[in-house]
Design a protein around this ligand. Sequence first.
Ligand SMILES: [Zn+2]
Ligand SMILES: [Zn+2]
Length: 133
Amino acid sequence: MKYVAEIHSLQCPKCHHGMEEVSYGNLKVDRCTNCHGIWFDTGEAEALKERWMGEALDTGDPEIGKRWNEVEDIDCPHCGIRMHKTSDPSQPHIWYEVCDEHGMFLDAGEFTDYKYETLLDKFRDLVTGQRSA
Ligand SMILES: [Zn+2]
Ligand SMILES: [Zn+2]
């Protein structure tokens, strides 16, 4: 699988550098050229999570991502409204910012985490199921 990247005008809500549009199959996400955080339009993260190798998009250094994770109070790059921090109920250690209308922002490394934890959770369910059977 290949992806193409092109610079466009969306600004990173965390560090305000430019973001590049990255295509993966028929999905497009916006990745910051500086902190490598990723913007997902509503529904895109869920769609990508289902695909193998979707983490090819998440090329940032998770250590740097962790540092940017400390940055809170960010505004939606589309509407400028303050985003709220939320966590996935099944993966409470991952926090990300959400605009209800436009989408969500994950720091570098978080998407990979998000995706793998989900697979791991499925695996755990499987193991638990076998044990109790
Ligand atoms: Zn950034
Ligand atoms: Zn918005």
